[in-house]
Design a binder for this molecule. Sequence first.
Ligand SMILES: [Zn+2]
Length: 333
Amino acid sequence: MLITRLPNACHHHPGFVYQGARLLEAENTIEVDVRPRRGSRPICSACGKRGSGYDTQPVRRFEFIPVWGFAVVLLYAMRRVDCRSCDVKVEQVPGGIDKHTLCKAYMVFLAQWARRLSWRETAMAFRTSWEKVFHAVEWVVEWGLAQRELVSLRAIGVDEIQYGRGRQYLSLVYQIDAGITRLLWVGKERTTASFQCFFDLIGKPLAEGIAFVCSGMWKPYLKLIEQNCPNALNILDRFHVVASVNKAIDEVRANEARRMQQEGYEPVLKKTRWLVLKRSEHVTGQQRGRLRELLKYNLKTVRACCSRRTSRSSGSTCHPPGPADSSMRGARR
Ligand SMILES: [Zn+2]
C-alpha cells in the first residue's frame, strides 16, 4: 500500500492530490507532496469564489497527524487567485491548512488529546511545541464559540474556582439543562462587574428566558441573578448551604464551650468539633456513644445539630425570585 493512501482515506479533498511521500529516517518524518488536481481552479480566500490562477507561492510545510511515531508533513505551494472581485489573493484551502502551519485535522486531533493530557504532555507525546498545542486549542475553541447555539438555554449553574496563590477567583457559568451540560463562560475575578459580562453576552431576552439558576450563596451574585433573570427559580447549591450551616454550628459550639468553661461546668464539648460536624452515616461506634452522652445535656450545640438533620432531610434549598437578603437569612437560620 502506498503511504499516500492514508491521507487520502482520512483527509480527502476534491481538487487536491497527495502526489507522493518519502520517509526521512534521520528526522523521523514522513513528507507528503500535495498538488492541485489538474484543471481545478483555485478559490479566493476573501470572497470564496473560484478564479483563475495568478502565480504560485514557495512550498510551505504544514504539520499533519503523526503516524507510527513519525511526524507527518504536507508540502504544498499555495496558489494566488486572480479574483474579479478582490484582485490578487492567496487561495483558500478547504479544511486543510491554517496560518499556524498546522492542518485543521491535526489541530482537532491535538485539541482532543489536550482535553485528556496537559498541554505540555500533549506536545511531548506528539513531538510538537506547547505553543502549537495552545494554537490548536484556541482555534477549536474559537470555532466552537462561533457555532454555539444558546436558544435552548433554560438552566444555568454559577460557580467559582480559586486559582494561583492567594484569593484569586474565576467565575464559571455552566448550562445544566437535561441532555446539555457544558461550560458556557469563564470570567476573570469574582466580581459583579465580571459576572454581569455573562448576562451582557447572552442578551436580555435569553437571560429572561432562564427558568432555573443553581448558585452559591454569595450575596452580590444572588442580587445580580435576580436582576437579570427575573423569571428564574434560584436554587442554592447544596454544597454552599451545608458549608454555611456547618460554620454556624461550629461557632455555636465554640461559644458554648467557652461559656461553659468560664462558668465552671464540666467540659463536655471539649474535642467535639469534628464529632458534631460529621454526617451521621460516617460516625463510628465509639463516637456514637460520645454523641449519645452529649444528647443528655440541653445544649445549644445539640439543638443546632438536630436542626441541621431536619434541614437535610427536607432536601434541596430553593427560593423563588425575591429579595436576596431574605434568602440569605433563611439559609443561615
Ligand atoms: Zn475574491
